[in-house]
Design a protein around this ligand. Structure first.
Ligand SMILES: Nc1ncnc2c1ncn2[C@@H]1O[C@H](COP(=O)(O)OP(=O)(O)OP(=O)(O)O)[C@@H](O)[C@H]1O
Ligand code: SF4
Ligand SMILES: [Mg+2]
Length: 382
């Protein structure tokens, strides 16, 4: 499969009063076109910082200090790729929420409580699909069924015709400024609302025409998360990053949202980068998995291979710590504590907790190696 996103030796630090938090220590991963990549690991291991670094939205006092984030979005850059860390902020703004969009754990934080659902989803279409919508309106105005008074029809055709080539055309701006012409903008808003209703319907929300008139507080948590997904999809992203997007939902709703994401991946989005600490979710949803520990990626493999043949001692410990329906198998916790990333252990960061630690482990950081086809591990045992 062709690569869609690749991080190479990504390093991100936080400059806090307690010292430098070494949150990401050379994280290298690849997400292919058409795949779902799951990123797992204990709380604080750097999952969110990884995706925030990819999107270049690391919060203060964080800084991306090294590495590359290469995307292969279009045919023309499929060969070479574009390093996002070298692009301007303007480029990143046009990319975020467009070719790559992101949904977070807390839908309430993503929705504006004072705006109706329809306005919020429409706004996303108005921002990302203005050109397509102007083309559609122009075609409707040119259709023989259009009964508008001829001179008005001609002027509107001219305005929307121009806007379909350039959505930032002066004609649209003039239309927005002149009060008598302003009502023609209604066509654009109506088209955006129609698309909002369509997408809400596609996401399996009953009575979409009523839902668009409601406000976030009228909806349940699962419904709100679907609306957030609708907003993220309005721009036809190639990659959807979901950071613990289902963690706050009860299990049945969680299952529905995951099923929805799976369907969307097949039909609309090319790839998903799913962050979760739930290995059950990974087993059901992902094609490939990356396991993180204390700012390092320690193992990456296809989902079946990782669950069937875990190699890194941390991955093994993580899988042993998952409750199973078996009386014989005792639930094991991982000995020791998650390290402080201001003073992380030298060498392999897992060595103070590793049951198989050797002399070399505290000395040098183990590089990631491909030990079997498509199965990578960073551990001196292999
Ligand atoms: N704004 C910040 N200031 C200082 N340190 C931060 C900040 N954000 C993250 N960190 C540190 O970076 C490390 C990785 O955090 P991150 O949020 O990526 O963890 P996570 O794997 O997403 O955890 P969780 O599963 O709890 O969401 C943590 O040690 C955390 O303390
Ligand atoms: S490198 Fe050493 S300490 Fe680290 S996981 Fe492997 S055996 Fe354990
Ligand atoms: Mg997180």
């Amino acid at each position: 499969m062709a690569k869609l996103l690749e991080t190479v030796d990504l390093v991100t630090n936080f400059y806090t009063y307690e010292g430098v938090v070494k949150a990401l220590n050379k994280v290298s991963l690849v997400v292919d076109h058409g795949s779902t990549f799951g990123l797992v690991g204990e709380s604080g291991c750097g999952k969110s910082v990884t995706v925030r670094s990819i999107m270049r939205i690391v919060q203060e006092p964080g800084r991306i200090e090294g590495g590359k984030v290469i995307v292969y979005l279009d045919e023309r850059d499929k060969q070479a790729g574009i390093d996002l860390l070298q692009q301007s902020e303007t480029y990143m703004e046009s990319l975020r929420g467009d070719r790559i969009s992101m949904i977070f754990q807390e839908p309430n934080a993503a929705l504006n409580p004072t705006l109706s659902i329809g306005d919020q989803v429409s706004e996303s279409f108005l921002f990302h699909q203005k050109k397509e919508m102007c083309t559609k309106i122009y075609e409707d105005l040119c259709a023989p069924e259009c009964q508008l008074f001829y001179p008005i029809k001609k002027i509107q055709q001219a305005v929307y015709g121009m806007a379909s080539n350039n959505p930032y055309a002066v004609s649209l701006k003039i239309m927005n400024k002149v009060p008598i012409l302003k009502r023609w903008q209604k066509r654009l808003k109506k088209e955006a609302k129609k698309r909002a209703i369509d997408i809400i319907d596609k996401l399996g929300i009953p009575n979409p025409a009523q839902v668009v008139e409601q406000y976030p507080h009228n909806l349940s948590g699962g419904m709100k998360q679907r609306i957030v997904i609708a907003i993220a999809l309005a721009c036809n992203p190639v990659l959807l990053i979901a950071d613990e997007a289902t963690s706050n939902l009860d299990v049945t709703i969680q299952a529905q949202i995951l099923e929805l994401l799976r369907r969307l991946k097949e039909e609309v989005i090319s790839s998903i980068l799913l962050i979760t600490h739930d290995l059950g979710v990974v087993a059901e949803t992902c094609d490939r998995v990356g396991v993180m520990y204390a700012g390092n990626l320690c193992e990456v493999a296809d989902v079946k291979e990782l669950f069937g043949n875990p190699l890194h001692p941390y991955t093994r410990a993580l899988l042993d710590a998952v409750p199973k329906f078996s009386v014989e198998k005792e639930l094991k916790s991982i000995e020791g504590n998650v390290p402080n990333l201001v003073t992380p252990p030298p060498g392999c960061r897992f060595h103070p907790r590793c049951p198989r630690v050797m002399g070399v482990c505290p000395q040098t950081f183990p590089e990631m190696k491909e030990v079997k086809k498509d199965h990578m591990v960073a551990c001196y045992l292999y």
